[in-house]
Design a protein around this ligand. Structure first.
Ligand SMILES: NC(=O)c1ccc[n+]([C@@H]2O[C@H](COP(=O)([O-])OP(=O)(O)OC[C@H]3O[C@@H](n4cnc5c(N)ncnc54)[C@H](OP(=O)(O)O)[C@@H]3O)[C@@H](O)[C@H]2O)c1
Length: 323
């Protein structure tokens, strides 16, 4: 495993971190399998874990708590998120701070997460949605300052809304955020335009999430892909999105080197950008943990392939199904 600087925090985080949404609530999750996969990732050098209270309404966080207790003495970084009070993803421009993150509500959820995780301090607390405009309400900067001083959290960062990387830049520029979590992958390259330069300038860490576009960039989706009724992916891969997602994945298939996979190429594409501190692929299966750590070891892509893949940038706008 290789490690990178996590912004200005002084932490060295694994290039391949761990996304814990799937194991919280996607269909087909099995806690025993998830715990084995988490343990394997630690044995292979992963030290950065991203969860959220909302992942199974408190189901994912205790899994992380268990694995932290089983690995006492190791330096493992815990990132979690406060869910929006109105439980609305994505955030909408008209939402006010009081609709989503009133200060006393943030404090309440920090307590809930501390309890779920069984820790005294959370390394990174994130808001699960974000509007830079909320910073106009001075209660928010004060709340961020207060939570860091309390010793209950070490750092703060927004998890910015899907396809809105610009809506998070102010949190970084004004120094409130030590880290920002953003979608960045072969398709979603737009954080490079302005967010990454700002993070570089302010030494804010970048957590690259959704490296496989929720599955598209594993190359396993087809026009017939379906999930059990309760699975969130049905609401993302609505027919119009499934069709265009499959078409975009098929268009880059000829570029995948012999002996590699689309998933490996997708991770190595992200690793090619030094602005990224850590990638958090969602993983529940042991074989995916092992494959993704191996992709990290393989490192950045050859320049010519990276250049060809850059042409597969796919700019999208937020929609009702893009939560
Ligand atoms: N608003 C937010 O803050 C927000 C939103 C979305 C995601 N996130 C965070 O970002 C993380 C990553 O996003 P995600 O999990 O939604 O999507 P993702 O990482 O783009 O895709 C996850 C899917 O890829 C599969 N997979 C993983 N490695 C693979 C491999 N090597 N080959 C084939 N398939 C592979 C996983 O399978 P298995 O699970 O079966 O192993 C899972 O089905 C989340 O877990 C979460 O921590 C945050």
């Amino acid at each position: 495993m290789k490690y990178r600087k996590f912004g200005r925090t002084g932490w060295n985080v694994s290039e391949v971190g761990y996304g814990m949404w799937g194991m919280g609530e996607w269909s087909g999750s099995d806690d025993k399998q998830s715990l084995e996969s988490l343990q394997r990732s630690i044995d292979l050098g992963c030290n950065f874990f991203d969860t959220a209270w909302a992942y199974g309404d408190g189901h994912s966080e205790p899994l992380l708590g268990k694995i932290l207790r089983a690995n006492r003495g190791k330096t493992l970084y815990t990132a979690t998120k406060v869910p929006p009070k109105n439980r609305e993803w994505p955030s909408k421009r008209e939402f006010k701070l009081d609709d989503c993150y009133p200060p006393e509500y943030i404090e309440e959820y920090i307590e809930k997460s501390l309890q779920n995780l069984g820790v005294e301090t959370i390394d990174l607390i994130q808001t699960h949605t974000w509007e830079d405009r909320w910073l106009n309400d001075e209660r928010l900067p004060r709340a961020i300052e207060k939570m860091k001083k309390s010793g209950k959290v070490r750092t703060f960062g927004p998890s910015v809304n899907r396809w809105e990387p610009y809506n998070g830049m102010r949190a970084v520029l004004e120094g409130h955020a030590e880290a920002v979590q953003v979608i960045y992958n072969i398709f979603d390259q737009n954080p490079e335009d302005a967010l990454f330069p700002v993070c570089r300038m302010k030494e804010a860490a970048v957590i690259a999430r959704v490296p496989f576009d929720e599955g598209t960039l594993t190359g396993t989706l087809t026009l017939d892909s379906q999930w059990p009724a309760s699975d969130w992916r049905n609401t993302y891969f609505v027919p119009e999105n499934l069709k265009s997602s499959v078409a975009h994945a098929e268009a880059l298939r000829p570029l995948i080197p012999a002996g590699s996979t689309m998933a490996e190429t997708a991770l190595r594409f992200i690793l090619s950008n030094p602005d990224v501190s850590t990638i958090i692929p969602g993983m529940r299966k042991l074989r995916n943990v092992e494959a993704n750590v191996a992709a990290g070891k393989a490192g950045p892509l050859p320049l010519d392939l990276h250049k060809k893949l850059r042409a597969h940038r796919w700019d999208r706008n937020p929609t009702t199904w893009s939560q």
